[in-house]
Design a protein. Sequence first.
Length: 449
Amino acid sequence: MARGQGAQLEASGRRFQTRRLIHALVRGDAAMVDEPIRAQSISYAAGWLAALLAVAVCAVIAIASPAGRLGDAPIVMVRDTGALYVRIGSTWHPALNLASARLVANSAANPVAVDAEAIAGAPRGPLVGIPGAPAQLGRPLAATSWQVCDNGTTVMIAGTDTIGPDGARPILATAAGEHLAATYLLYGGKRAAVDLRDLAVVRALRLDGVTPRPVSRSFLDLLPELPAITAPSIPGLGRTGPGGFVVGQVLRVSRADAPEHHVVLGGGLQRVGDVAADVIRFTHGVADGDLRTVPPAAIAGIPAVHDLAVSTFPDQASPPLPSEAPVCARWRADGDRADTVVVQGKPDAAAVALAQEDGDGPNIDAVALPPGRYAYVHATGVTGGSVTGPLYLVTDSGVRYGIHDAETAKYLGVEGAPLPAPWPLLARLPGGPELSVAAAEVLRDGLSP
């Protein structure tokens, strides 16, 4: 046997003897049926090898793409302080907020985190940005409806419906905090002025003894206004009209499903609802003017007319909702029109109180938008119909920001098409500055107090 080979065998035998002694000391058995200690040593070695390999990979990545350097990023954020900087040419300018930085960069890019040393060694310029612009935007909100709830405080809710879809009973309301404010009857998702000194109208609507409930002007403005409920003027009142009936007389005609009412006019008969019939009866006294029931054949040959402006009156009079019941006015876009309704109930959405809170005044006191969401909208009237209008961004803090144009919205990173929102509601939100590239690019040496 060669001398070198013998030395290797001797060394191998010594290592085996050492493992056997360790095995005997640890496990009290020198049989060496298995070698868990050797397996453990192999695991340790494999772990160290994997760790060294990971460190090597990280080192290669760090060399290829060094962390904390400015690179080609248009917007950076200092890792230690959170300060934002935006690149203009080769100069880095501190930015007041993320919205301003994106507008200056003409890019919806997110900030790249860098070390303070990277900024310290780069050319720097004065402050840029729009004071009060959003610090962050979050995700868009698919605002399917807008609600104003009034129960002592006025809360605006944007997003999905938080209470049931059923409309409430009529409500007799007046604008809180306004001197000599008009009184409105809220019904069918709309409002109509009612003069409580007009007893004929009050009795026809069954409002005797009902006290108007004060609601916020923001609540009322969300509902389209109909013509006031007043007694119509009837030309030729008391004269003989078509079919030998008296002009101004109300006729009841039995139909197969339900009775209906017609008022006699000089040129024919006009079909009216129960409330309009009672308003006419309470207001205009005519000979033989009591409600008269006639068979359908008696009026079959008389032409139908539509001279009296009573089509917007409620069909029937119902007892109004008690003043202590919480209510919400809901506005929802429906194609090229808007669907409005007053619903009874208290929303369960968490709201953010606003600094403009004024209790029973006209302002919106709190806003409920899901945290981290925003609404990108275009203003429209309460009746809908407008597919374009001024652009706005409403954040989860309840602030309304004007957006200069669609290109500006793209730079901000605002997603999707703008959704319709009623301007009377948007106007009651606290207004922030307009977001535009020109405003964001203004250089500032400081901010005035």
